[in-house]
Design a protein around this ligand. Structure first.
Ligand code: BF8
Ligand code: SF4
Length: 668
């Protein structure tokens, strides 16, 4: 390809931006191609220091009011605490809206499938359908699968707008937690209402008591975790199958030189599933061959990538900050997107190559992209059109550079599978896991999840935290872009148990699991809530989620959805640590409200800590404190299985960790 000298070639490594060698290689290549990425733009666009700390109010046009210098109140008299609480509540509402809409779309699809109006789809997991029907009090006796599915879909859709009662899934939480939510008045009523009410309450001149606003923010977040997200996960499982372990590969090396590479990026699995089916259609494959390609290679990115990875073993090429880099390889014929976490920059990047960016959601167009609107009533035909559009781009390929990195992994640990592997079909439980925690073989658990952010070194905190947690006998569950990071570093293989602490390693061996369990997309953080509930109610670890020796961590977060997830984790009783700067940093009292203040109310707290080492320290201290409160034996790293698995800390270098684990350049 003719190199366009639109960007001055500078050494990429002025400041460490990523720990990922494939990303580093591609960054240099992209710069040579004149393709800019968030890594470049992040150097130019610096965060506004006022907004970054939550010190700006934009909810009316007497402002925006900036709380700088001696300014203590806005034009309307609003205090800094009020405006900060409003800001964070609005972030949380936006995140809940995004997940909620996703769940609604899934329910609409389920209804269309049940009514026979969505050709190409079918109900794959009938067992799960029955289970969900029981949660939703849908009568199943004497009814066909389709009728049950239609009723489930209708009840779910009703959960978005019903005017009375509370979300039905509230009952899936431990009884003690439900009672607490009701006592505090934060049991969510319906999915849409909590978002709408949060927007109303944060309108100029409405709710002007920070603690009161923040309580509503928690209720809104709960309507996501125990509502929109949980229903989205359940319906995805019903339609496309509940994940079970599957092996796959990840990283840029999954792109194939001689094939039409289609990157599926975004969040909803509906179109993605149909693309998997249609990519194998002989007519479509023949069409690809007619254009000189050997076939079609689907790969995933971000959360759509996770959905496909879990259910089909479709390789995932990268996480959030790598989207333009995939295009820069010159080997991607199309990036097919729906919504959320899609950088507008991909269109500009694609303009430098032959790549087609195809938007598909009726709610998300990008200027300059090709829009082929998805409609589940005509899914096979639309999927074919999208694939043909990608194939048509293949002959326009010029130079390509596919970094030689390919990692293998095992994913697909749904709550259902984790219960199954602890007792089989007839005796499934969480007993062995709870016992292992009680004995101290497993010290506790950490959910390490969330995004990438240009203001932190790409993947560094993700990977270091996961490694350190397992080394310290803390079982890790992962979703979203952390899961993709783990995939790229060989952390999702069972062999990694050798590098886990002795007790955890032993349990992994007995149960046949890796010490890092990939649970899915960010929507699937709801699976973590279900797992926590089962741990809390199984016996021996207290009675509520807040009793458990667990933490939630999002070390490189950037999105509003991440904040919503963090807030619902807190409201469910989990100590949750985010990396980076607090969005309420500008006021000590608001910082306290969401940490110790929320902890007093709901047992979980939200803290922001830019240094991943301190996140680790705080997490382990919290896990040990919870163990102490439960009167469990003090954690002792030397007690178990020293003989075969113990790896002393002093040899725990990055190189040693990777030795023999990843299959970089070995698999192709
Ligand atoms: O929902 S982890 S960057 S891709 S928001 Fe986005 Fe963050 Fe990635 Fe999926 Ni989640
Ligand atoms: Fe300023 Fe009050 Fe308007 Fe906010 S609501 S912009 S603080 S006047």
């Amino acid at each position: 390809m003719e190199k366009e000298p639109t960007m001055e070639k500078k050494p990429v490594k002025e400041k460490k931006v990523t720990i990922d060698p494939a990303t580093l290689e591609m960054l240099e290549y992209a710069q040579n191609q004149g393709i800019t990425t968030p890594f470049d733009r992040g150097k130019i666009v610096k965060p506004c220091p006022i907004g970054q700390e939550g010190n700006c109010c934009r909810v009316c046009f007497m402002g925006p009011c900036r709380f700088v210098g001696k300014v203590e109140v806005g034009v309307c008299g609003a205090t800094k605490e009020t405006i900060q609480a409003r800001n964070i509540a609005r972030f949380i509402a936006a995140g809940a809206a995004a997940h909620g809409d996703h769940g609604r779309n899934m329910a609409m699809t389920l209804l269309a499938v049940a009514e026979g109006k969505a050709p190409g789809y079918k109900i794959k997991d009938v067992k799960k359908l029955y289970k969900v029907a029981s949660y939703l009090a849908v009568e199943t006796k004497g009814k066909s699968v389709e009728d049950i599915a239609a009723d489930v879909a209708r009840v779910v859709l009703g959960e978005y707008g019903k005017q009375e009662g509370e979300l039905l899934y509230v009952k899936r939480a431990p009884p003690k937690r439900q009672a607490l939510w009701r006592k505090l008045g934060i049991a969510p009523r319906n999915v849409d209402r909590e978002v709408v009410e949060t927007m109303h309450r944060t309108h100029m001149g409405t709710d002007q008591d920070a603690e009161h606003i923040l309580l509503q923010a928690l209720r809104c977040a709960l309507s996501d975790g125990w509502g929109g997200s949980m229903m989205a996960t359940d319906i995805s499982d019903i339609l496309f199958g509940t994940p079970v372990p599957i092996s796959a590969t990840s990283n840029f090396g999954a792109l194939k030189e001689g094939e039409v590479n289609v990157v599926i990026h975004g969040h909803e699995p509906t179109l993605a599933e149909m693309l998997v089916i249609e990519a194998n259609d002989p007519e479509v494959v023949e069409y690809a061959k007619s254009k000189g390609a050997k076939g079609i290679n689907l790969v995933g990115m971000c959360c759509s990538g996770n959905e496909l990875l879990l259910r089909h073993g479709v390789p995932v090429v990268g996480n959030f900050l790598q989207q333009e880099l995939a295009i820069a390889t010159g080997a991607v014929e199309a990036v097919v997107v729906d919504y959320q976490c899609i950088m507008q920059g991909i269109v500009e990047a694609a303009s430098k190559t032959h790549t087609r960016v195809i938007t598909t959601s009726p709610i998300a167009k990008i200027t300059g992209a090709t829009h082929i609107e998805f409609d589940e009533h005509r899914a096979p035909e639309i999927a074919k059109l999208i694939l043909r559009t990608a194939i048509d781009a293949f002959p326009n390929r010029k130079d390509i550079n596919i970094p030689d990195y390919l990692d293998r992994l095992v994913v697909g640990f749904s709550h259902e599978y984790i219960a199954y592997m602890q007792g089989g079909v007839y005796r499934e439980s969480f007993r062995p896991l709870n016992d292992a925690i009680m004995q101290g073989r497993i010290r506790g658990a950490a959910a390490v999840v969330g995004c990438n952010n240009v203001h932190t070194v790409h993947d560094e905190a993700h990977i270091n935290l996961v490694k350190e947690f397992i080394k310290n006998d803390v079982l890790v569950v992962t979703t979203g872009c952390n899961a993709v990071a783990c995939a790229k570093y060989g952390l999702l293989t069972p062999e990694v148990k050798r590098y886990a602490g002795p007790g955890l390693s032993e349990i992994c061996e007995v149960l046949g699991i890796p010490p890092v369990l990939h649970l899915g997309s960010c929507i699937d953080n709801s699976r973590i809530l279900t797992i926590l509930t089962q741990c809390a109610t199984e016996g021996g670890l207290g009675e509520d989620i807040s009793d458990l020796p667990v933490v939630g961590v999002a070390p490189e977060w950037m999105s509003e959805k991440a904040l919503t997830i963090g807030a619902y984790a807190v409201a469910s009783g989990v100590y949750t640590l985010f990396g980076g700067v607090s969005p309420v940093e500008g006021s000590d009292s608001t910082v306290k409200m969401i940490s110790s203040g929320w902890e007093e109310l709901v047992g979980g707290k939200l803290e922001f800590e830019p240094d991943w080492r301190k996140i680790l320290e705080k997490s382990l201290a919290h896990i040990d404190l919870k163990r102490k409160n439960l009167k469990l034996e003090e954690y002792n790293p030397t007690k178990f299985a020293r003989s075969s698995t113990y790896i002393p800390g002093d040899v725990y270098s990055d190189e040693d960790f990777k030795k023999g684990l990843t299959t970089r350049s070995g698999l192709k």
